[in-house]
Write a protein that binds this ligand. Structure first.
Ligand SMILES: [Zn+2]
Length: 79
């Protein structure tokens, strides 16, 4: 049997616990970035009337529901 002192046991336990949290954190951040990128691609900002709307179609030019003008899909994030 492997003999281990209490301090080594605590160090190993903490290292495994923190490694697990780090792996979960990285996975969560990857999923969150993919999700926010997908949402940002569906947001459209009308340059004529200034309204913001979402569109889930794949068309490049989108009609604004407020003024009817054509808008390009925005590539900016965070608005
Ligand atoms: Zn508009």
């Amino acid at each position: 049997m492997i003999s281990i002192t209490l301090s080594w046991f605590v160090c190993l336990y903490l290292a495994l616990f923190l490694t697990g949290i780090l792996i979960l954190w990285i996975g969560y951040e990857i999923i969150r970035k993919r999700h926010s990128k997908a949402i940002a691609q569906n947001r459209v900002f009308c340059r004529i009337c200034g309204s913001r709307y979402t569109d889930t179609t794949t068309a490049e030019l989108l009609h604004c529901p407020a003024c009817g003008s054509l808008n390009e899909r925005s590539t900016q994030e965070g608005f």
